[in-house]
Design a protein around this ligand. Sequence first.
Ligand SMILES: *Cc1c(COP(=O)(O)O)cnc(C)c1O
Length: 475
Amino acid sequence: MKYLSTRGGAPAREFCDILLGGLAPDGGLYLPEAYPRVSRVELDAWRALPYAELALAVLSKFIGDIPREELRTIVARTYTAQAYRHCRPGRDAAEITPLTTLEPGLHLLELSNGPTLAFKDMAMQLLGNLFEHVLEQRGETLNILGATSGDTGSSAEYAMRGKQRLKVFMLSPHGLMSEFQRAQMYSLPDANIFNIAVRGMFDDCQDIVKAVAGDAAFKARHRIGAVNSINWARVAAQVVYYFKGYFAASRDNGEEVAFAVPSGNFGNICAGHIARMMGLPVARLVLATNENDVLDEFFRSGVYRPRGAAETRVTSSPSMDISKASNFERFAFDLAGRDAATVRRWWSQVDAGGGFDLRGTPYLARLAEYRFVSGSSSHADRLATIRAAWRDYGVLIDPHTADGLKVALAERESSVPMVVLETAQPVKFAATIREALGREPPRPAELEGLEALPQRVEVMEADAAAVKAYVAARA
Ligand SMILES: *Cc1c(COP(=O)(O)O)cnc(C)c1O
């Protein structure tokens, strides 16, 4: 399996080669040359597999340069009941992503049972073990530079902490994460973890990471790698739970299942798109945004108009406060019929501060074939949905999952099971839960007192040069 760039200007590479980098050298994102197809026979054989074996089956279609037995070991070490133990009472942690039925035909897929209580652990835990494997094999070291609006950073740090050949430099928007999220990241004592709080928004952090990654000389000299959602391995790892969720919500492989996905950088739902391209019988993919509704606007109108950091609103589902979805380029590449010249043209407009308009073009027909629908959610919607889920189903959900459930309820078709992806646990966003329900969300006993631990963080201006200097001195 070879990978190519969405901008068409980079040589085809193997999985392990693109694993350690971020963007392709031409500024594009890597995608498989062609999506692997899953036959009906394979689908039937996969239905009963435990999570780790399903992950091996799916991932070995994407990874041609790690021997299968080694990949099996890596995957088995990653997807353990112990690592994903924070499931709801009565659910089976060995399922890794247990399905909770709210009412007939409406389900939650629990993706946030890992160490940092957000769905990012699903991919990041695997990434940590893949990095370790490849660096060990090659005798190399790597410095991860990342940007986080909250959940990516802690997930990356928990996945990489204490690993010999890795350091993590994580940028986060100063003062904008929840107290719990800050405590999770900044309290890690590991010497290979560096937290940088940037005076700005998440998009500023992401722009700095892009600026550094765009400096090829700096990147090579300091062996800079990425764990942001542009990292292909993360998207690939996320494909697995669409299969798992599909099997859990259907009786046989003739049925279709819809998925509702709280979205920000378009990484999670991009994996759903890829699962469908592989042949998984996915009905609608329901994209949910919060007040930052660039993607909702696109799927409703065919106009993609990303906004700058200054226009991004701070909301109560902060991990979705994104106005320039980095993974969207992967989807656009498929939409363009995999024509890199078209993607280059669209992104030259995006990079110049504009966007693109598909109205009146043939691309709109393909967009319709892909069967996305979308909606957005406000703070009031979020509170109402958290209350309704608690009242009607006795299930406590976090604000991001509430955005997903709100749009899922609006877009549900009566004959098609709907799976809402649960992307975080309520305890990470306790203030909003208190506002909605007047009660404290439960927290795992082992995380009692987290906020009282000593914290390590460097506050800096939104300045790529300053961040480079900091990294260069420590990498
Ligand atoms: C990252 C995140 C999202 C958005 O996922 P994308 O892959 O960026 O679309 C939604 N909810 C939570 C809790 C997250 O951490």
